[in-house]
Design a protein around this ligand. Structure first.
Ligand code: O2Y
Ligand code: MN
Length: 594
């Protein structure tokens, strides 16, 4: 569709002149377009159509082995002053970076098609949504953006003549010379990959990678890094949070937004099947929440995305049956294994596989030394296909948030659940969030990574200023601020046995949170916050040893003091930018711990 938006026409012409593609296509978002691009990719060997009987209208892709995940070391915040990016971001001078990247972009689309993708993050027309335009030379990106965002003509219509948009330029960085044969997954070498954010002009430039968060620019780049900065300036919140609705047996609805670092089961929690009789969970989003204060003074959240870009390995009918049903059809699989009957497979799928073609296109059997699917293999599936998608998941007004949850993977020290003493204490909990990373092959033991609000790789400005923004939002919300909790599903016994069963049983913890909000259930006050005391947590019908429950809900003051010392050392990185209120929370917690 022709756009009347002059600014957009000028930007597209400018990019075309720089990147020199063979042709330009405006993405209309139609099914016919999706089918055509998929066929094009099947014909050139980039995509494999899966068995139509097993998984209708679904396709598998294999990336280059050098292009399999987000590249944090090549991800930049380019703003004038380094202090504005803060110590947790890779800062770079915007003028210098633009010079480097302009050289790379010059002629980078030769031999390729340049696609212009108009997309909306959030339902079109919602006061919380934003429009972006991604220019890319990757048809794989186009089909993924069809699923992950609302893309095409309807966005051009909504943009009108003078609507605002966030320009997102992407190139795989692999021009084709005359007569040069293409490869199945073209991309640039790691030293030429740049994922760049210019928060002072709300601009994204990505070069060299075709994978996930590096290339689907609506997700981590726009909806988190750029949006977090816009949110601070405009007085709202862009968070790395799932959104779910929990309904109790009386039909009362609660909305929970929860932030967890990677590998903590975020998608599983978003689609959880409650084991507590009469309680029901519905999914609104599995990764990102955009929240604004509504006319009622409460915080209203939308999921800016329209699909799931989930980690495949470990997803099974046991761990997440609702995710499995979401990808029964119309889905894209990247770096999964291909079975002999034309379907996909991955480790932890909980179905046997005797032979497959692995993600590197080699024969694979269970005896092989390598995995069949890459550990970061992904599915892209339409959110609307999730059997427990909430009927209001696309409500332009969003859903009112009752509860914030933070968490991480901690085998020791951190109890199953704690409620913050007040909102400021909740901000402190979020700022101190940390998770154990699985040791790399040659490392010994496990490492604790501080990941404040699960935003470490995604906060587009100085993290200390982000904490200040959280306090400011708390002040605006006053007594309408959500209650804040911290959870840890991953506590183990001294022998390394899981103390908490997890999965659907986590609904017991969510129930306690909701009943705390309603003032229906008790708690004991501890130095680290409110915790369930005997009988507060609904454990009926659960086969769990009483001593395990005691261990899950005990505060080891000594261990917490050590943790606090580690947290204090972490805060020192931010110097005098750390908000006074955060320091005060830390001191108060120290005093309470004795
Ligand atoms: O590897 C990638 O590019 C994907 S990262 C990702 C994808 C979906 C949801 N969350 C994440 C993440 O890293 O938090
Ligand atoms: Mn995420």
């Amino acid at each position: 569709m022709e756009t009347k938006n002059q600014k957009l026409r000028e930007w597209v012409a400018e990019v075309e002149a720089m990147c020199q593609p063979d042709r330009v296509e405006w993405v209309d978002g139609s099914t016919a377009e999706y089918d055509r691009l998929m066929q094009l990719m099947v014909d050139c060997g980039m995509a494999t159509k899966l068995n139509e009987q097993k998984r209708p209208n679904s396709f598998a892709f294999r990336s280059d082995p050098s292009d399999v995940a987000r590249v944090e070391n090549n991800t930049y915040i380019a703003c004038k002053n380094q202090e504005d990016a803060g110590p947790t971001n890779n800062w770079i001078d915007p003028v210098e970076l633009k010079k480097t990247m302009t050289e790379l972009y010059t002629g980078c689309m030769k031999g390729r098609t340049m696609y212009v993708i108009p997309f909306s993050m959030g339902p079109i027309g919602s006061p919380i949504s934003k429009i972006g335009i991604e220019i890319t030379d990757s048809p794989y990106v186009v089909v993924n953006m069809h699923i992950m965002t609302r893309a095409g003509d309807k966005v051009i219509e909504a943009l009108g003549e003078d609507g605002e948009f966030i320009p997102c330029l992407h190139s795989i960085g692999a021009p084709l010379a005359e007569g040069q044969e293409d490869v199945p997954w073209p991309c640039a070498p790691i030293e030429e990959k740049y994922i760049a954010h210019f928060p002072e002009e709300n601009l994204i430039w990505s070069y060299g990678s075709g994978y996930g968060g590096n290339a689907l620019l609506g997700k981590k780049c726009l909806a988190l890094r750029i949006a977090s900065n816009m949110a601070r300036e405009e007085g709202w919140m862009a968070e790395h949070m799932l959104i779910l609705r929990l309904t109790n047996p009386e039909g009362h609805r609660f909305h929970i937004a929860a932030a967890f670092p990677s590998a903590c089961g975020k998608t599983n929690l978003a689609m959880l099947q409650a084991t507590v009789p009469g309680w029901k969970v519905e999914c609104i989003g599995d990764d990102i929440a955009w929240m604004k204060i509504g006319d009622d003074g409460r915080l209203h959240a939308i999921n800016p995305e329209s699909g799931f870009f989930g980690v495949a390995p470990g997803t099974s009918d046991k761990s997440n049956p609702m995710a499995m049903r979401s990808l029964d059809e119309n889905s894209i699989f990247t770096n999964c294994a291909l079975t002999d009957d034309g379907d996909i497979w991955w480790e932890g799928m909980d179905v046997p596989c005797d032979h497959a073609i692995d993600w590197k296109n080699n024969e694979w059997t269970p005896e092989s030394d390598n995995v069949a699917a890459h550990a970061n293999a992904r599915f892209t599936a339409p959110a609307a296909q999730c059997p427990v998608i909430c009927e209001d998941w696309e409500d332009p007004a969003g859903v009112p948030i009752d509860v914030f949850v933070f968490g991480g993977r901690r085998t020791q020290t951190v109890p199953l659940v704690t409620q913050a003493l007040d909102f400021d204490h909740g901000v402190f909990m979020g700022a101190m969030a940390a998770s154990e990373t699985t040791a790399a092959a040659l490392d010994v033991g496990q490492k604790l990574r501080r990941d404040p609000f699960a935003m470490l790789p995604f906060c587009g400005y100085n993290m200390a200023d982000y904490w200040t923004h959280w306090f400011a939002m708390g002040d605006k919300l006053g007594d309408k601020a959500p209650a804040v909790f911290y959870v840890n599903w991953f506590r183990t016994s001294k022998e390394g046995r899981w103390l908490w069963p997890g999965f659907g049983e986590n609904s017991r913890v969510l129930k306690w949170m909701c009943e705390r909000v309603e003032g229906k259930v008790g708690a004991k006050e501890t130095p680290i916050g409110h915790m369930p005391q005997d009988g507060d947590l609904d454990l009926s019908g659960l086969d769990i040893a009483p001593e395990d429950v005691t261990e899950l809900l005990t505060v080891d003051a000594g261990a917490f003091k050590e943790d606090l010392a580690d947290g204090e050392a972490y805060l020192a990185k931010f110097g005098d930018k750390v908000p006074e209120r955060l320091r005060a929370q830390l001191e108060a917690q120290k005093t309470r711990l004795g």
